[in-house]
Design a protein around this ligand. Structure first.
Ligand code: BTN
Length: 254
């Protein structure tokens, strides 16, 4: 289906927000899919998604009241740098949420936003073509994820549980897109090394983790990322191994 004949395109509300052109819909399949048809510095928000996607091909509960947002940014020229985008986007979103006063918020590698052991938000980055990357963000705000999936009762949290009142979706969208634009500019100007020290303050400590690798399972202490964005895993003897994102299938905090 062409972009012009996409059914959702007819009902978009279009707003300019700084660098961004924001298209808002009542409902889409996945905001990442709609954003994938758009040029860089376009963003898509929908009230609900019928086929919201999480990492590892998992469905993402996308009921009304949550922030379901996708932003199209220039993909790094070198493909080996694409794994930096989820890290940079995670940093942008955590800094945006800090401006609303969310306490105890932290990142879990590579880019889950956690409050304690509960997940507040997740990011899914799609690179549909070499020039453009789609940064998809889901934030639980006033939606009711546990009403859709009871297993989320003990694993998910919402801004409405943390802030009274929670921010309006319009304000949240504007602040997050602004921070994302700033971080993309910082990445372009100074490279990832300019963002790495600040990012490494956002992990909320050095958790003990299990990482599933192609070569097997390893345990150790997660100590952050290096200047190339590789995960740093420290063993009992204090030796550190740097693992590229593509080597790590899954990280679990233990
Ligand atoms: C995860 O933690 O597994 C990633 C979740 C990403 C969800 C967002 S909601 C907006 C965008 N559209 C999607 O289909 N997924 C992302």
């Amino acid at each position: 289906m062409s972009r012009a004949s996409h059914p959702a395109a007819i009902r978009a509300r279009i707003t300019r927000l700084g660098e961004w052109t924001l298209r808002e819909f009542a409902q889409v399949d996945s905001t990442n899919f709609v954003a994938g048809t758009l040029p860089v510095w376009h963003a898509v928000r929908a009230d609900t998604q019928t086929a919201g996607r999480g990492r590892f091909q998992r469905p993402w509960v996308s009921d009304a009241g949550g922030l379901w947002l996708s932003a199209v940014v220039p993909a790094p020229v070198e493909k080996q740098d694409w794994p930096l985008l989820p890290l940079v986007a995670g940093l942008a979103v955590i800094e945006a949420l800090l401006t609303f006063g969310v306490a105890r918020i932290r990142l879990r590698w590579p880019n889950d936003l956690m409050v304690g052991d509960k997940k507040l938000a997740g990011l899914l980055v799609d690179t549909f073509d070499p020039q453009r990357a789609v940064i998809g963000l889901g934030v639980n705000v006033t939606n009711q994820p546990a009403a859709q999936d009871a297993s989320l009762r003990h694993t998910a949290t919402r801004l409405a549980d943390l802030l009274n009142p929670p921010p309006a979706l319009a304000e949240l969208t504007a602040v997050i897109l602004d921070h994302l634009c700033q971080k993309m500019a910082a990445l372009a100007a100074g490279g990832f090394a300019a963002l790495q020290p600040r990012l490494n303050q956002c992990w909320g400590g050095t958790p003990r983790v299990t990482v599933d690798l192609d070569a097997g399972v390893r345990q150790g202490i997660f100590t952050g990322v290096d200047e190339h964005g590789r995960l740093l895993l420290q063993d009992e003897a204090g030796n550190r191994t740097a693992l590229a994102a593509h080597e790590v299938r899954l990280l679990r905090e233990i």
